[in-house]
Design a protein around this ligand. Structure first.
Ligand code: FAD
Length: 570
């Protein structure tokens, strides 16, 4: 199989890239789930842009400052500036493509408040914004069927990368189990995030970090893996998201004593502080015994918004509450707890989405990444709500444009097919042939509980050491695991085992980065180092795999253009 460009992932990032390319080049999209089931479709609350429909004094500059401050000053400011400037045009483009945004009284695109944003700048389609955007891009890309091949339910097994050049990918057709090589002049990853390594998570089952692990196994570095975002409002014990829009539209957070506890933690913005701050506040209330009935949850209370507003603006989360915790938010407060939500770390790229091979800025020829799997880094240590759909659209499109610029200088490279296939076949054969006794389900559960308990909202040295030794034990156990289904056709058990193997690999990197980083910044909060330490840690972490299998950590300076780091106060 041979194409000019192969894109892995059909979320907003992958489809945005494809839309730039399909008019000119032969493009393939590989996706392990049907395109409209990509996790982008689950996004609820909105997409940020300073279109200033609601608050006339909003500007991209304000959006930039809010984002940089929200990132705890770890974001690369040139990348943030590019994104916020591109945001208003992105909204208009998506609207022209057919996205039906909610409207305000003047029939302009409505905008709602979100945490850490100093203005109401989240454009939304009720609480189904990701669904609206994803379906529009999918429908529009279907117009170009002539130039676009969709490999639906194909699973990326590895990236073919040699001597500084990406040459293609090895994939498995999930329907038949057949392993194939796709040759491409340009390879783009839009493979999404890695939240499934946690026990309580808002992420879809597909968010298992496959793309980032493929890059890492090929010898490329990953950036800022220790920064995992916890969203403050996951449905209790389920993790399913109650969008921040619920607080943006006026919801309160209440502890077991009936107090609006955010007063203590962020008096000026209360529930609309950035997510890292609100999640820590909740966790502190719970840890200190002020959860509801002393238990490990608090309430989000929406009753005062009234039935009409809830049905108009938050219909999906109302239904999720009814279906998954048996609570209708029109009549009762909803039990919630922090939930692993977003991966700030990922494959390091330049502003143009070209993948970096090292901290010195060496570029990998023919390899691009955008969206949640990439780390460009617009979110630094903590992402603001609604900046991620924006990132996926803006940098997906940018990746497409960069590929168009580069394509003349790229060619189909020779690939040693047997070598490439044998590496992945060995991995699969080991899983099939293992006579082991360990259950992959038990290993997965242990991993998730370990990551939530020992590398979660609050971290400290001894817990992180436990997290690391547990991940290593589980990696060993995996070698002695077995799967019951040995067939080739639609073997979901095999695919889940491969995903688990990936989660075991990147979880070690999250913990390693977290252990080394002896400070607290954004989503990474160490009780033994509670202060941000700009003198020593105003830098990005790069982890890479050495030929002997060991992990090397290096650091790269943060790009600071307009805003010098100051203490974050809300
Ligand atoms: C519940 C929820 C609500 C959210 N709400 C918002 C919001 O309101 N606003 C906001 O800005 N952000 C929100 N986010 C975050 C945002 O949705 C994501 O960060 C963004 O959509 C990611 O887009 P993406 O294109 O990078 O990846 P995804 O949409 O996750 O797509 C990943 C793609 O990669 C493919 N893939 C992955 N691995 C493989 C493999 N091995 N082989 C083949 N294909 C593979 C998948 O099939 C999929 O097509 C939310 C996230 C969640 C989980």
């Amino acid at each position: 199989m041979k194409h000019d460009v192969v894109i892995i992932g059909s979320g907003l990032a992958g489809l945005s890239a494809a839309m730039e390319l399909v008019g000119n080049l032969d493009v393939a999209i590989v996706t392990k789930v049907y395109p409209s089931r990509s996790h982008s479709g689950a996004a609820q609350g909105g997409v940020a842009a300073a279109v200033a429909n609601h608050e006339k004094d909003d500007t991209p500059d304000l959006h930039m400052y809010d984002t940089v401050k929200g990132s705890d000053f770890l974001a690369d400011q040139d990348a943030v500036e590019y994104m916020v400037n591109a945001a208003p045009d992105t909204i208009i483009k998506m609207e022209k493509l057919g996205c039906v945004f909610s409207r305000d009284g003047e029939q302009k695109i409505a905008q709602r408040a979100f945490g850490g944003h100093s203005r109401k700048r989240s454009c939304y389609a009720a609480d189904r914004t990701g669904h609206a955007l994803l379906h529009v891009l999918f429908e529009q890309s279907m117009k170009h069927k002539k130039n676009l091949t969709l490999y639906n339910e194909y699973y990326l097994l590895s990236l073919i990368y040699k001597d500084g050049v990406a040459k293609g990918v090895v994939v498995m057709d999930s329907k038949t189990g057949k392993i194939d090589i796709i040759y491409a002049k340009a390879v783009m990853f839009g493979t999404g995030g890695y939240g499934r390594a946690y026990n309580i998570t808002s992420n879809a089952f597909s968010c298992t970090g496959d793309g980032i692990v493929a890059a890492y196994r090929a010898g490329l570095p990953l950036e800022d893996m220790e920064f995992v975002q916890f969203h403050p409002t996951g449905l209790y014990q389920q993790g399913i998201l109650v969008s921040e829009a619920a607080r943006g539209d006026g919801g309160y957070l209440i502890n077991g004593k009936g107090e609006r506890f955010m007063e203590k933690y962020a008096p000026s913005v209360m529930e609309l502080a950035p997510r890292d701050i609100v999640s820590r506040a909740e966790q502190t209330e719970i840890n200190e015994g002020r959860g509801i009935d002393g238990k490990d949850y608090v309430y989000i209370d929406l009753r005062h918004l009234g039935k009409e507003k809830i049905l108009e603006r938050l219909p999906q989360i109302r239904q999720l509450g009814i279906d998954f915790v048996g609570v209708d938010c029109i009549d009762n407060p909803v039990p919630i707890q922090p939930t692993a939500h977003y991966s700030m770390g990922g494959i390091p790229t330049t502003l143009d989405c070209r993948v970096l091979a090292d901290v010195d800025g060496t570029i990998v020829k023919g390899f691009y990444a955008g969206g949640e799997c990439a780390c460009v880094s617009v979110h630094g240590a903590n992402r603001l709500g609604t900046n991620s759909l924006l990132e996926a659209c803006v940098f997906g499109e940018k990746a497409g444009r960069t590929i168009l610029e580069d394509i003349a200088s790229l060619s189909h490279e020779d690939i040693n097919e047997e070598d490439e296939k044998s590496v992945v076949k060995k991995r699969i054969d080991n899983i099939f042939a293992s006579p082991g006794t360990e259950s992959t389900n038990a290993i997965r559960n242990e991993l998730k509980i370990n990551m939530t308990n020992n590398c979660g909202v609050y971290r400290e040295k001894s817990k992180l050491e436990t997290a690391l030794s547990t991940v290593k034990e589980l990696q060993e156990k995996f070698k002695n695991s077995k799967i019951a289904d040995k067939s080739k056709l639609f073997n979901t058990e095999l695919q889940e085992a491969l995903e688990l193997q990936n989660m075991l690999e990147f979880s070690e990197l999250i913990v390693k980065g977290a252990l080394e980083r002896t400070e607290s910044r954004g989503g990474h909060s160490r009780t033994d180092y509670p202060k941000r330490d700009d003198d020593n840690w105003l830098k990005h972490t790069f982890v890479s795999k050495q030929p002997d299998g060991s992990i090397e950590l290096k650091y790269k300076p943060v790009t600071i253009t307009k805003h010098q780091p100051v203490e974050r106060k809300y």
